[in-house]
Design a protein around this ligand. Structure first.
Ligand code: ATP
Ligand code: MG
Ligand code: MG
Ligand code: MG
Length: 439
């Protein structure tokens, strides 16, 4: 991509309305534009990162054996009356009427719709286990939308729903989600800690929230510092193996980690003092097991092996896809801008031309651009007639992990300059060597 042909409306001034760094940087880097309170347009750069995050979420869900589909954003109120949540959900639900005066709503979550889909088709235990999921826009009329995409009113969420014959099978689905979520966040360069939480309006007893530690987080969290030593890494996992998945749950819940809703000072105070941490966190996901709450209310049943008709055991599992952009930036930035982890960066590398209009330099930049594209990478080539300082500032702001700087002086020596956004370290090397390094 050539920057001269792209749409990257970078802001010079720091927007006054943005209180936290991720919101400021997303506005300044031309990623989002607020259209009304808590509702954003996703400009090309923001949209690109959103897609990268979405793709990782899909990839890990599919690896775990979960099946993607898509539900409508607008739903009839009737389903929610069946579950009893139409009245219970409260003012966060955006309600509307169609021209025939029928009550509609913009989906804030989709337990009812997935349960209805399930009961429409599935009759036998032989069709279980089943986990369906979607990544779809949600709307919650948050009382205080703030912090940009962190607490929007319209936001993008992955929501998955498991249907199982027994509680044991549903708890295996719960564990499968825990494992797949750990992998998902790590691929985005994030540490998200599963913490015991409160189930809120979804209902149920078993639930964990995944929290990214950050001073700007809205949740207060209490944990044993040893929990931050745990990483899933690149270990092999068989998602069908119940014992393996259970072992991961046990490992990642073996240390105290709770949100304020479930915090128990008595247990916490037994942890050696130097390991006790009270901090803040950003909720980037949550998993629930809620048994037969919805299946009983809505008649989602199957025949078991003995011919009995039984309600299925269910859970639901969410990831805040759009909130993750904010969380990643909160966790990875410096005073000059964003520092994208490799897994989600909008472009892999920026090319800065120090002497636009000089035939040799222009030619070298075009050659590097082509070589990087041939290597399967996406470069962003700053081919504008701008001062070098302004070009560097833009690259630092938008946070691409690598920058290659090309100018006449280097070309005389046969070298380009490769700079790491994270460390700031630069190295001179031949163009071929630079491409080989970035591959
Ligand atoms: P919160 O406690 O932040 O209000 P929640 O517990 O109400 O979130 P869930 O119902 O668990 O949210 O939804 C799953 C995920 O969707 C959350 O973990 C979060 O990452 C994301 N999410 C929830 N509300 C918002 C919002 N208003 N804006 C952006 N993302 C959100
Ligand atoms: Mg909420
Ligand atoms: Mg919450
Ligand atoms: Mg939650």
């Amino acid at each position: 991509m050539r920057l001269s042909r792209y749409f990257l409306p970078v802001l010079k001034e720091t927007p006054a309305e943005a209180q936290i760094v991720s919101h400021r940087l997303m506005l300044r880097a031309g990623m989002i534009k607020q259209t009304s309170a808590g509702i954003y347009s996703w400009l090309p750069l923001g949209f690109k990162v959103l897609r990268k995050i979405e793709n990782i979420v899909h990839d890990e869900q599919i690896k775990a054996g979960h099946i993607p589909m898509q539900m409508p954003t607008l739903q009839t109120a009737d389903l929610w009356r069946e579950s009893g949540r139409y009245d219970a959900y409260g003012p966060e639900m955006l309600r509307m009427k169609d021209r025939h005066d029928r009550d509609m709503l913009f989906s804030p979550t989709a337990e009812e719709l997935f349960t209805d889909t399930f009961r429409s088709y599935v009759r036998s235990y032989k069709d279980l286990p089943l986990t369906l999921y979607q990544i779809q826009w949600k709307f919650r009329d948050e009382i205080r939308p703030r912090f940009g995409v962190m607490r929007g009113r319209e936001f993008y969420m992955k929501d998955g729903y498991n249907f199982d014959l027994t509680k044991a099978d549903a708890l295996h689905a719960y564990n499968r989600h825990l494992v797949s979520y750990l992998r998902t966040y790590e691929r985005m360069g994030l540490q998200a800690i599963p913490m015991r939480a409160d189930s809120g309006p979804i209902g149920g007893d078993d639930t964990h929230e995944f929290l990214v530690l950050a001073d700007t987080g809205e949740s207060e969290v209490f944990y044993d510092s040893q929990i931050t030593d745990l990483t899933f890494g690149d270990r092999e996992i068989d998602f069908d193996n119940k014992d393996q998945c259970q072992a991961v749950l046990e490992e990642f819940t073996s240390r105290y980690a709770r949100t304020d809703e479930t915090h128990d000072a008595e247990i916490f105070n037994k942890i050696p003092e130097e390991r006790r941490r009270v901090a803040r966190g950003i909720e980037v996901g949550q998993i629930f097991y809620f048994g037969t709450k919805y299946s009983e209310a809505m008649g989602a049943t199957v025949q078991d092996a003995e011919g009995n008709v039984v309600p299925v055991h269910m859970g639901s599992h969410g990831i805040g896809v759009s909130r993750l952009l904010g969380a990643i930036i909160e966790a990875s930035h410096d005073e000059n801008g964003i520092i994208w982890p490799e897994g989600v960066t909008p472009f892999h590398v920026g090319i800065v031309n120090l002497k636009q209009g000089d035939d040799a330099t222009d030619g070298a930049c075009a050659q590097l651009e082509a070589a990087l594209e041939a290597a399967g990478l996406e470069p962003l080539y700053d081919d504008r007639k701008e001062r070098a300082g302004a070009k560097f500032a833009t690259m630092d702001l938008i946070g691409l992990p690598w920058r290659v700087t090309i100018g006449p002086r280097g070309l005389e020596k046969g070298v380009v300059e490769l700079t790491s956004r994270r460390t700031g370290e630069s190295e001179e090397l031949s163009m071929d060597a630079a491409v080989a390094r970035l591959k």
